[in-house]
Every structure is written in C-alpha cells, then in structure tokens.
Design a protein around this ligand. Sequence first.
Ligand code: ADP
Length: 385
Amino acid sequence: KVVGRLEQQINDLQIQIQLTQHQKGHIEAIIYSIHDAVIVIDEFDRLLMANEAAGRLFNFNSSDSPQKRVSELIDEGKSEFIDFLRHSRQSKAQPTRKEIEFSKDEELKTYDCIVSCIYNEGRQVCGVVAVLHDITREKQIQQTKNDFVNHVCHELKTPLASISAYSEMLIDGEADDEQTQKEFYAVIQSQAQRLNRLIEDSLNISRIESGLIKVNKEPVSLTILLEEQLRMIKSYAEEKNICLKDIGQSRIVFDQVYADKDMISQVIVNLLSNAVKYTPSGGSVKIETEVDETVNIARLSVIDTGVGIPESEIDNVFDKFYRVSTNNRQAKGTGLGLNLVKQIIEKVHDGRVFVSSKQGLGSTFGFELPLAAQRHREKQIINYQ
Ligand code: ADP
C-alpha cells in the first residue's frame, strides 16, 4: 500500500516536472523572441538567462554560458553596464533606467537600459533582470533636429541684426538725406525677405521630414508647370541679360507625372532661379524636358553657363545650409533651396535629383520623376479634349 502511494506520488511529481519544464520552455521562448536584449543574473552576478539579442550584443553564446559571472562574459569595454547591474542589485532600487553607449561593429550605439530587481518569497533580492533597447536611431534623429534648430536660429540672427541696426539708425536720424533713407529701407526690406525665405524653407523642410506635409498628387504635365515658372523667372533673367532657352518639345499629354503641383513648381522655380542667380550677365540657361518611356520617367534638366561648382563640393550641394563658398559673392541665399528640391523629389515623389558641373563653365541640375500610370494619363487626355 505504501509502495503504491509512493508510486502515485512519483507519478504526480513527474507530471509536475514535465509541466514546469513545459512552462519554462514557453517562458524562454517568449524571452528569446523579444527583439530587445534581455539578461537575467542571480544575487552572485551569475548569468541565469540571456536571449539571443543579448548574446549578440555582448558577444557570448547565450545557451552555453549559464552560471558564468557576467564580468567574465561581458568585455571590459562594457563595464558601465556591469556596474549598473551591480549597483541596482545592491541598492535594491525600483526599476532604474540609464542610457548607455556601446561600440558595436565599430559603430557607437546607444541603449536605453532598464534594470529591475527580482525578489524571492522572503522579499530578498535574488537577482536582477535587464532589458536593453536600442535607441541609436532616435538619438540620431534628435541630434539632427537639435542641429537643425540651432542652425536655423543662427541663420536668423544675421538678417535680424541687420534689420535692427538699420532701423535704429533711421530712428536716431542718422540717415539725413532721402537717398540714404531709401537705401536703409531697402536693406531692411531685403533682410526681411531673407528672413521670410529662411522661415518658409525651414518650415517646409521640417514638415516634409516629419511627414506632416499635406501632399496633393494628381496627374500633371511637367511642360505646363515649367511654362508657368518660366514666365515668372523671365523678367529676372532679362534683368541680368541672361538668355532663357526652352528646348523641350511640348508633349503635354505624354510627360504626365503623378505629382503635387505646388511642390514641383517650387522645385522648378528653385532650379531656374539658381541657374539665373549663379550665371553671370551675358550667359544662358537652357531647359530640357524629356520623356523616357522605356524606363517610365520624365526628366527635366536646367543647364546653365554659370560659375559652376568645384568638384570636391558637388556632393554637398543638396545638404541643408550648404553654400559653395566661392559662389557666395555671386548671390545671396539660404543654402536650403536645393535641400528642399531633393526632399520634394526623392522623399515625397520617389524620384531622383542629379547634378553635374564644371567650375567656370556651368552646371546642370535636374530631376527625374516616374511617369503617371497609363490610367491617370487617359483620364487627363479626356480632360484636355
Ligand atoms: P542658396 O540659397 O545658397 O542658393 P541652394 O540650396 O539653392 O542655396 O544651393 C546651395 C549652393 O549650391 C549655393 O549656395 C550655390 O553655391 C550652389 N549652387 C546651386 N545652384 C547652382 C548653380 N546653378 N550654379 C552654381 N552653383 C550653384
């Protein structure tokens, strides 16, 4: 009878063990599938459990390292993390959080580490669990935003300083004749316009970057948009004695792109005004539109005979606030126009911008946009008839 009861108890225990093992396996599977690195240590800093992400981060094999002390497993370069684990365990702190930087694959990565104590039934700390979440990208975005805001504020200072200096001189009566007064007013006006451009461009860029801009795409003809903008720029070109040549053939129906009209008009005006701006009097600006149906794109190129860009700087001209120093005396600017062009074409419209230039000879700036789908074009043809 006693033997029978013992057998029954053994049976029950085996079932219990199987169940516990099954549950353990289940919990491990969950922890292993977490994308963040999870690492659990006991009260003697020995490894109890670590998922694959932790193994990858700390360079150890998570399955054959149990019971090893974390200081043996994790290399010295990451000692800040080990100290943080120890400190959290010893201070029995509530979940604590710290941003720690690790270099991984020769790249500096930032992790948000949250460490919590594990308590036994007697409310004693018997280990700690740490979760490390990679926030490198968020940090980079934050940094880019801070740099952008700093840069914008810095750029706003110059025209503002000029406006206040000239208005002060006017108030103090330092401009005694009408001609000088007019000059001062003109400076104030042009600096106010510069402020306006800076603010507008910065707002547009940050709206596009944050994805907050409202995009209104429809089938539009590049030629029509170009013609509108050419009319706007004509007087500026005449003023500078620059010959504008539009050598694209009007293919209104066939150069349909699916795009936001206002945005593409902004792109065209930025390219045209740059071409006129950076071309000395007597030069020419040629505009070419092409359609390549084999790859389904429409292309617009603005070719000028202007000052050009040094080879070493070509790759930078689409960067925010980048201005080619040797061209600065040619014209005023914000260094934001081409960045806006790139963002509108590549980010909003899945197109591509291009540039080629020879210093002293001229530059070609342009973009390619995917042609509107056949369906959209047919709709537009009907509208024209
Ligand atoms: P900006 O307001 O300074 O004109 P952009 O972003 O439009 O700013 O252009 C960035 C820089 O690229 C300009 O400062 C200028 O030096 C150079 N650049 C742009 N377009 C041309 C061009 N057509 N010819 C020569 N340089 C150009």
